[in-house]
Design a protein around this ligand. Structure first.
Ligand SMILES: [Zn+2]
Length: 318
């Protein structure tokens, strides 16, 4: 039996998804549980174990060569621990050791969800074949990851590329991370909605005050809604330009719910990038939407786990 599959886990604040992933990016077996995020740590682990047992019940499990985990952060890949902000029952939780209780001798790789999304986009998405890329998830928070020298660069603890907490407004609002004026404090979905409301935007009859509702209003021409997206775009542009100057990335890939706003976000972002990415070696920088969609976490966890194995097909970026 060939050992040609990766068992992948994507652990977030609302769901725990699992799949067996093959070298062509197909997911022949899937499992999923809601995350009992308000329960204690053992209960959350119970949901992870249930997903793994369901995968292990497949006849294809005998072909699994490695396990990849992408988790909401912060993570510490070197220690095998996670402390997801939105799962309070897990603080310094030894997730890798706990997963090994179910998966036995298989090698286990842990990365943060931003790095997982980056691995997915480099393998199957908009960063495919690129030498230098910054991939970002702009959603409830703002996360990211880096491709440097044609390879995923997770960093020692699996958090490199966490652009959401770079400061782009030095005297800006305090951020829950302890910093000020962070990209996330300006560009995340909740902050786009908050700023629109503070400046006088009002939701429609359905009362929807999400960033998606602000995007719909911006599309219909509402100037306050549009200005809130432009402010988010400016923060993203400054962060992306700084990353390009530091690491000579050639493309920034943006996914997550806020990217679903489409041109309401991307049009001002492309325009404003010109205000910050000014040096000759960053002028060719492009910004594009992510392509791997809702399976990004699973594909990326698999691609990250395949690094260092001899499995064909995974994460070659070509
Ligand atoms: Zn911050």
């Amino acid at each position: 039996m060939p050992a040609d599959l990766i068992a992948a886990l994507d652990i977030g604040g609302t769901k725990i998804a699992g799949a067996l992933v093959d070298g062509s990016g197909e997911l022949p077996v899937r499992a999923r549980r809601a995350t009992p995020a308000r329960e204690d740590g053992a209960t959350v682990l119970g949901a992870v174990t249930a997903v793994l047992r369901e995968l292990a019940g497949s006849p294809l499990w005998t072909r699994v060569a490695a396990v990849g985990i992408g988790s909401a952060g912060p993570v510490d890949a070197s220690a095998g621990t996670v402390s997801p902000v939105n799962i309070p029952g897990w603080r310094g939780f030894s997730l890798v050791a706990a997963v090994r209780e179910t998966t036995g001798e298989l090698p286990v790789t842990l990365v943060g969800d931003g790095v997982a999304m980056t691995a997915a986009e480099h393998w199957r998405g908009a960063a495919r074949g690129r030498t230098g890329a910054l991939c970002m998830v702009v959603s409830t928070g703002v996360g990211g990851g880096l491709v440097l020298g044609g390879e995923l660069y997770p960093g020692p603890t699996g958090n490199a590329g966490h652009i959401g907490h770079i400061s782009v407004e030095l005297e800006g609002d305090p951020c829950p991370c302890g910093g000020r004026g962070c990209v996330e404090r300006i560009a995340s979905g909740p902050n786009i909605a908050r700023r629109a409301l503070e400046n006088g935007w009002r939701p429609g009859p359905d009362g929807d005050v999400s960033a998606a509702a602000v995007a719909a209003a911006a599309r219909a021409g509402d100037p306050v809604a549009r200005a809130s997206y432009e402010r988010a775009a400016r923060a993203l542009a400054a962060g992306i330009a700084a990353t390009a100057a530091l690491a000579e990335i050639e493309v920034a890939v943006i996914g997550g719910g806020v990217a679903g706003a489409g041109e309401v976000l991307f049009a001002p972002l492309r325009r404003m990038l010109g205000d910050y990415a000014t040096l000759s070696f960053v002028r060719g920088l492009t910004v594009v939407p992510a392509r791997t969609g809702t399976d990004a976490g699973l594909l990326g966890a698999a691609a990250a786990a395949a690094r260092g194995t001899r499995l064909s097909g995974f994460g070659t970026g070509s």
